[in-house]
Ligand binder design. Structure first.
Ligand SMILES: Nc1nc2c(ncn2[C@@H]2O[C@H](COP(=O)(O)OP(=O)(O)OP(=O)(O)O)[C@@H](O)[C@H]2O)c(=O)[nH]1
Length: 342
């Protein structure tokens, strides 16, 4: 198949809570983003993103791609093969956006897109867009090597949440980003307000443009020798990181829940890599989305309504580092029990 008939794939990455879904929701509203297939992958089995990505245009496609970071080759190739089948059956797709989990090491994803023969028959990697959270970026880069790799392989760098930091903090982050990926000028983006054109230019991703370290990572042989085995263990990217979700069938009281979350954040915020939830709250007909990212809590968002086919109940996903599940689960259970009897 000629190169110009290949469907371009843009990889959208960035650490947990950086604002990937927010950006995607904005972009998918633009008319030129019609006929976009969105592949979302989530950490382990606990994702909520497929609920948080707002209604897609009629002709857009949303596919779950499994946990890309772990079983990358198989799951990603299989998701793209399913998409190729739908295209062969008449589904019009002009581009693919692949939103990775925040914990994804981007390297095996890029290797699959650049090297898997079945994938290359239909698709071509067009670019890697990496979002960095202005509020948490430096701290994350200091602690999470996958976040550094996400920045290093980017050919577009966006700094989200510029509204949450002062100029000094922003300059420190920009200096750090220059050190990791000197070729790219980061662009601040507030609440995902970026133009599709700026993001999804259809230039082909070329490993030759990337720095020495990135070329080394992308090199198949080097990868097989260094550390590939680290990435097979599902749900354990780092010995201390784990994810789980809790659900509640009866409506929760917002005030009490918020107080408990505030306490947890004050004492263990550093360990709360990501908390996101869809809540069924007492006295509220519509679902409420909550987002925590390390020490930062974003304002809760009232969603349009409960998605069709989804049971009406609260679900909260926690991705924690060095904090046992029981601390969260027992604390929350005690609070729910107390508020039920109050
Ligand atoms: N203040 C502020 N908040 C933002 C901005 N961009 C995103 N957010 C908020 O950050 C939180 C996390 O955003 P998401 O888009 O869910 O982040 P994500 O990268 O998709 O998260 P994961 O998929 O869990 O890794 C949400 O509450 C967003 O509203 C911004 O520019 N400014």
């Amino acid at each position: 198949m000629a190169t110009d008939t290949l469907v371009p794939i843009t990889v959208l990455t960035g650490f947990l809570g950086a604002g990937k879904t927010t950006l995607l929701n904005t972009l998918l509203r633009a008319p030129e983003m019609a006929r976009t297939a969105v592949l979302i992958n989530e950490f382990g089995d606990v994702g909520l993103d497929h609920l948080l990505v707002e209604a897609l245009e009629d002709d857009a496609v949303l596919l779950q791609a499994g946990c890309l970071c772990c079983t990358i080759r198989g799951d990603l190739s299989a998701a793209l093969a399913r998409l190729a089948e739908r295209m062969a059956a008449g589904q019009a797709v002009d581009r693919v956006v692949l939103e990775t989990t925040g914990l994804a090491d981007p390297v095996p994803i890029l290797q699959t897109l650049l090297a898997d023969p079945a994938t290359q028959r239909h698709f071509a990697l067009a670019g890697v867009v990496t979002l960095v959270d202005a509020a948490n970026g430096l701290n994350t880069l200091n602690r999470q090597p996958e976040a550094v790799r996400q920045v290093a392989v980017a050919d577009r760098l966006l700094v989200s949440k510029p509204d949450l930091v002062d100029d000094t903090a922003m300059q420190a982050l920009l200096a750090r980003l220059r050190g990791i990926n000197p070729g790219i000028v980061p662009v601040p983006v507030r609440d995902g307000a970026a133009s599709p054109e700026a993001l999804l230019g259809q230039r082909r991703f070329d490993p030759a443009d990337q720095g020495q370290a990135v070329r080394g990572w992308l090199d198949e042989a080097a990868w097989d020798h260094h550390g590939h085995h680290h990435h097979h263990d599902r749900n354990r990217h780092d010995a201390g990181i784990h994810a789980f979700s809790l659900s509640f069938d009866t409506p929760l009281p917002w005030q009490g829940l918020a107080t408990w979350l505030e306490m947890l954040t004050a004492t263990r915020g550093e360990s709360l890599l990501r908390v996101k939830g869809i809540l069924d709250l007492q006295g509220q007909d519509r679902p409420v989305a909550i987002h925590g990212v390390q020490h930062v809590w974003h304002a809760p968002v009232l969603l349009a309504g409960w998605p069709d086919g989804e049971p009406r109940r609260s679900r909260i996903v926690f991705i924690l580092r060095d904090l046992p599940r029981a601390v969260v689960e027992d604390g929350l259970a005690a609070f729910v029990a107390a508020s039920a009897t109050a």
